[in-house]
Design a protein. Structure first.
Length: 141
């Protein structure tokens, strides 16, 4: 499938690369299909590009890169929704907000995105853990 995005221009997306959300991301009730794109070869950042609204893309990052002790505990229903058969199939990303001063970027540790890498089913999981804020400084405080 070919789509034209506001950020990347025309891109080709293979059917097997489409990420399908079990539920929409919070605040985006009509958007359920995405594709992950690398930001560049030399950074760990990725873009979560919406296929339902091609003007929308989120910067995402593996939280272990900036918070090594970060751990997501999935409920039984989360595991079922994602059709996870093993922990190795789960890739966690956090949505990152990049302000004008990139050194002040924050990541939402309270509501990570969990992706089953075997079937490309994903879910935003809301954690009720006070140690994981919505605006966690990626580059320290």
């Amino acid at each position: 499938m070919k789509i034209t995005t506001s950020r990347f221009g025309e891109i080709t997306v293979a059917e097997e690369d489409i990420i399908r959300m079990t539920e929409p991301l919070l605040g985006f009730p009509d958007l359920k299909q995405y594709v992950l794109r690398d930001h560049s070869d030399d950074t760990p950042f990725k873009w979560l590009q919406s296929l339902d609204d091609t003007t929308l893309a989120f910067v995402v990052l593996d939280p272990v890169l900036f918070k090594p002790d970060y751990a997501v505990r999935l409920s039984r229903s989360d595991v079922e929704d994602l059709q996870l058969e093993s922990e190795e199939s789960a890739q966690v990303y956090t949505i990152v907000v990049v302000p004008q001063d990139p050194k002040k970027m924050t990541a939402n540790l309270q509501a990570p995105l969990v992706l089953n890498t075997r079937n490309n089913i994903a879910k935003q999981v809301v954690l009720n853990d006070p140690q994981y804020p919505i605006k966690y400084p990626v580059f320290g405080e």
